[in-house]
Design a protein around this ligand. Structure first.
Ligand code: UT7
Length: 320
């Protein structure tokens, strides 16, 4: 059996912030940011947070797929920036769109979150537990970004992307998931201190902290590796892949992955120049843009691959 995407949607932060805007607040330049990352601008949210953007992307995905929210059995929201510990963001989306028959929960795997959530959706469908699932990746990393740290603040954007999936014909679906908690320290964001009345410690929020070069090296090694693994497992040749839809973290990472895979850049669509790194949202936003621009045809074989905090990584192969 396989899983099919029947609708896509996305929603971006309401404000465009250019590299020139950032050069006003930290010591940087458009030249440095665009040559090192490929990013020219990003959309940040001044109002709607993660769940509101997620709900808007979800509405658009349901509309695109001709699905009524009441038909959904499950909502999975991949995010590292939920507004609350509870209710979870997926429940907030459920309430906002009126998906009264769905169970709803969040998945936390940083920038790999959407890939993990898709694999979770597939497992529920394959087990016959749920039929129609809404899978969302949404983050407003701007709220956990240290705007005095030029090494990280130039990278991120806010947004949400969503897909509706259901059981499909054929058997083109493959997945690889991996984690290495021992290297978690290279990309962190503290959520709370864990203090209580005995320790006398209060809650302590943190900002994103990243060893950029380590993450870079990890990504250019792991992404091609897991793509090769999923191709081998499914016995699919690279020539048969229409697009590699990679997590949009840095244009140089995508270039390096393409080189390692010995695949042409035309197979690696990108929107990082306009949106920056939107974490769990980057893959479904890009997928939605490809869909809306008519660049996907029935039967196209797609690979989606992500990497990020945890450390986590994953790839999935599916047919459009
Ligand atoms: O979603 C997953 C999360 N993150 C990632 O995927 C990020 C992966 N890493 C990267 O994309 C890159 O490592 C960065 C874009 C973050 C940094 O690029 P880099 O080529 O690795 O630069 P670097 O950290 O080696 O820094 C080179 C120089 C340093 O100056 P010195 O020590 O050579 O004098 C930095 O201080 O560039 C300096 N620098 C900047 N200069 C201007 C660092 N950030 C900036 C900046 N503007 N924004």
């Amino acid at each position: 059996m396989t899983m099919k995407i029947i609708g896509t949607g996305s929603c971006l932060g309401d404000r465009l912030v250019t590299n020139q805007d950032l050069a006003q607040i930290v010591e940087t330049s458009d030249e440095w940011i665009s040559s090192r990352t490929g990013i020219k601008g990003r959309r940040l949210t001044t109002g709607p947070g993660t769940s509101e953007m997620a709900a808007e992307a979800a509405r658009r995905a349901c509309e695109d797929g001709g699905v009524r929210p009441e038909e959904l059995d499950l909502i999975l929201l991949a995010t590292s920036t939920p507004e609350n510990h509870f209710p979870n963001g997926a429940c907030e989306v459920q309430a906002a769109i009126g998906a009264v028959n769905a169970a709803a929960f969040d998945i936390s795997a940083a920038c790999t979150g959407f890939v993990f959530a898709m694999q979770t959706a597939y497992s529920f469908i394959a087990a016959g537990i749920f039929q129609k699932i809404l899978v969302i990746g949404a983050d407003d990393l701007s709220k956990i970004t240290d705007w005095t740290d030029r090494k990280t603040c130039i990278l991120f954007g806010d947004g949400a992307g969503a897909v509706v999936v259901e059981k499909g014909e054929g058997d083109t679906f493959g997945q690889i998931m991996g984690s290495d908690g021992s290297r978690g320290h290279v990309l962190t964001c503290k959520a709370r201190s864990g203090g209580n009345f005995l320790t006398g410690k209060g809650p302590e929020m943190g900002y994103i902290h990243m060893d950029g070069q380590e993450v870079f090296k990890f990504a250019v090694k792991k992404v091609p590796e897991c793509v090769e693994q999923v191709l081998k497992r499914q016995q699919v040749q690279k020539e048969d892949i229409r697009y590699y839809i990679l997590h949009q973290a840095n244009e140089r990472i995508i270039d390096a992955v393409a080189k390692r895979l010995k695949e042409p850049m035309e197979k690696f669509p990108m929107d990082i120049q306009d949106h920056g790194n939107t974490s769990a949202a980057s893959i479904p936003i890009l997928l939605d843009e490809l869909n809306r621009h008519g660049r996907l045809a029935s039967g196209d074989k797609l690979i989606m691959a992500g990497f990020g905090g945890g450390l986590t990584w994953g790839a999935l192969l599916m047919e459009w």
